[in-house]
Design a protein around this ligand. Sequence first.
Ligand code: PLP
Ligand code: COI
Length: 338
Amino acid sequence: MDSINWSELSFGYMPTDYNVRCTYKDGQWGEIEETTDSTITLHMAATCLHYGQEAFEGLKAFRGKDGKIRIFRIEENAKRLQATSDGIMMAKLPIEKFEEAVKRVVKLNERFVPPYESGASLYIRPLLIGTSAQVGVKPSNEYLFMIFVTPVGPYFKGGFQTTPVVILRQFDRAAPLGTGTFKVGGNYAASLVAGEKAHSMGYSSVLYLDAKEKKYVDECGPANFFGIKQNTYVTPESTSILPSITNKSLMQLAKDMGMTVERRQIPEEELGTFEEAGQCGTAAVISPISRIDDVDQNKSYVISKDGTPGPISRKLYEHLRAIQYGDEPDTHGWVTVL
Ligand code: PLP
Ligand code: COI
C-alpha cells in the first residue's frame, strides 16, 4: 500500500482486496457475495462470449477533505444498467441491489480510495453477463453481476488540459437504431480500430458523426461531446449516443450558473462556432478540446487558439469536482456519503 503513488495514477487496473458478485438463477437474484478471487469460471457456451450479452457501468468514489468517502450518482448508474439490460434482453438487477453492492464493494476496499490531496479517485466497474449455455441466438437464463474497483487518475494524460480529437468518416461506433444508447461491450469493440488509429495520429479520441447522414455530431469514443457559445451549453440529441451521467450533471450545473442549455442536433459545420468544447464522462470528467480535425475532408475546427481550456469549461469542471469531493454542498442530492 505504501508503494502506491496516488497522484501519479493513470486510468489503469490495479488489484484491490475484494469484489462482489450476485447471480440470477431460476428467475431470481441471489444474495450479494464478497470474494477475493479476481477470476470467474464460465461455461464455454455462455451467451456473453458468443452473442454479446454483456453490459458494464462506470462510476467513482472520492475521499473528501473530511476523510469521508462520497460516491457519485449511484442511482443513475443503476437505472442505466437496467435500461441496457432491457436493450439486450438481460435480467434486470433491482436498483436497491445495485446500490447495496456498490456501497459494499467500496467499503470493503476503503483503503484503496485515494487521499483527497491526490486528486485521484476510486473507479467502480459493475459488470453484468449472460452465463448460461446457448447455441441458438437467444438470451441467457442465468446472469452474473459483479463489481470490482480500482484506484485511478486521469483518463486522458495530463488531466484538465486540451487535446485534439478527430473525425474519421470511414468508421461508425453505433447504428442509429442500434445499441449506442446502451453500455454494452460491443460498442467498444466497434470503436477499437478507429480509437487506435486516432491515438496513433496524436488525437485523444474519435469524434463520431451520426452513422446515417454523417452530418451531425454524435459523441466521442469514451465520452459525450459538448460545445459552449454565447453563454449556452450545447450537447447532441441523438439515438446512438450513451446518455452520460456526467453530461446530465453538467447540464444542471450550467443551468445553475445561469447558462442556457440546448440538447439538439449539432451539424458538423457548427463546430467552428464554439468558443469552447469538451469531452465529458466519468473517466474523462471534462477533457477540453483544442481542435477537431475532419481529416477525410481536410477541415479543421480550432476551438482553443492558445491551447488552454476555456473559462466556462474550467468553472464547470471545478464545480463538479467540488461536489464530488465534498468541497461544495450537494444541493441536488447526487452524492452518497459512506
Ligand atoms: N459515452 C460513452 C461512449 C462512454 O463510454 C461514457 C462512459 O461511461 C460516456 C459517454 C460518459 O458517461 P458517464 O458520464 O455516465 O460516465
Ligand atoms: C466511463 O467513463 O466510466 C467509461 O466507461 C469510459 C471508458 C473507460 C469506457
